[in-house]
Design a protein around this ligand. Structure first.
Ligand SMILES: [Fe+2]
Length: 367
């Protein structure tokens, strides 16, 4: 349940976020991790809203006294950062707020930018089920009567309103890039990142350009944040190859017994053994490959398809568990429609497209 505090280990807590039944009505809220080592307290991500904030406060107060406080953001997506200003309330001699500076440029624009790109290929206002599709008529009208940018801006404004108040605490953010980075090998897997005494901050830069994951050696614990969010790549700014590479890396670490617990931002399940971590990550990669395979089969038979046509054909293939697993995260179970993933995948697989803006037809690349 939202705001539940799970004590994973001594001095290591997970505050649970929430995936709403209906992503149009309520915000998706990412989970947070808190970890105390000696008199240092680390908080990774801050979720959304007052219920979540209350739970963060409860753990922080429980952890007192502390001399040093670190607020870390896995990336600057809205569902991870709304209570960032909690740093002001924390009582500690030294306080730090670290993020990757690669997130600054798109802090307020990443949803808009992605939708603008996707709208070149299919109508991004499609794919929402009844009755929410009725609301989309308004934005379609705006697109015709005003222009695409204004319509998209209004749509993004409506979509992000439910996250308010959004306290990014931009003022306290310090780029990790100002500190010396390092290379660390965990279970024979080399990573680049930063050493924060008790936590290894590891670069992924797949789900978002500033994406980081966090490894706590004391417990062989990985906080994977959005790395293990099933829809890869959910939109064009996701770097699919880097995401897959990082999952492969984590799989190698878990196989070597170097990840014994894994939690992330959006899944209910906490993997509490290396075997469970391996099973999760293997399923992840297998489902991803199989989904592409089915798309290839469909495209081969059809010759060329729009995003909508591909979506409809995939919908009829849900007897395949990998396809069904992807459809489980279609709107309204996530804020994104599966059309966004399908279009982005075809773009990143470099399938050629042609035709009218918003109705482009994709085909398989010629050998
Ligand atoms: Fe995210």
């Amino acid at each position: 349940m939202l705001g539940d505090i799970v004590e994973l280990k001594k001095n290591l807590w997970l505050v649970k976020g929430e995936n709403p039944e209906n992503a149009f009505k309520a915000p998706t809220i990412a989970s947070s991790v808190l970890y105390k080592a000696e008199d240092r307290l680390y908080l990774i991500d801050t979720g959304v809203g007052p219920v979540f904030r209350q739970s963060l406060k409860k753990v922080i107060e429980q952890a007192y006294p502390i001399s040093e406080f670190y607020l870390l953001n896995s990336h600057l997506h809205v569902d991870n950062i709304c209570n960032n200003n909690i740093i002001e309330e924390v009582q500690a001699k030294k306080k730090h707020h670290y993020v990757s500076d690669a997130g600054f440029a798109s802090l307020n624009s990443y949803v808009f930018d992605n939708l603008m790109t996707l709208d070149e290929y299919y109508d991004v206002f499609s794919g929402y089920s009844f009755p929410y599709n009725l609301k989309l008529i308004l934005y379609r009208l705006k697109r015709v009567l005003l222009n695409k940018r204004k319509a998209m801006n209004a749509f993004v404004g409506m979509s992000t309103k439910k996250y308010q108040p959004i306290h990014t605490s931009r003022r306290t953010m310090q780029p990790l890039e100002l500190h010396p980075d390092y290379e660390v090998v965990i279970g024979e897997v080399p990573w680049k990142g930063w050493d924060l005494k008790d936590i290894n901050v590891l670069e992924v830069r797949g789900h978002a350009p500033d994406e980081l994951v966090f490894y706590i050696p004391e417990y062989k614990f990985l906080f994977a944040a959005d790395l293990t969010y099933e829809l890869i790549p959910m939109w064009p700014t996701v770097h699919r190859d880097r995401s897959l590479q990082a999952i492969e890396n984590c799989l190698a670490m878990a196989s070597a017994g170097e990840i014994e617990i894994l939690a992330d931002s959006h899944r209910e399940e906490i993997c509490d053994s290396s075997d469970k971590v391996v099973a999760l990550l293997e399923k992840f990669l297998t489902d991803h490959d199989r989904f592409i395979e089915v798309m290839q089969e469909i495209m081969k038979a059809a010759g060329s398809l729009t995003v909508d046509e591909m979506y409809k054909r995939l919908k009829n293939r849900q007897d395949d568990p990998a396809v069904a697993a992807h459809f489980e995260l279609d709107f309204p179970h996530s804020p994104y429609t599966l059309r966004s993933l399908i279009c982005t995948l075809m773009l990143q697989l470099e399938w050629p497209s042609e035709g009218k803006v918003g109705k482009k037809r994709f085909s398989l690349p010629t050998e």
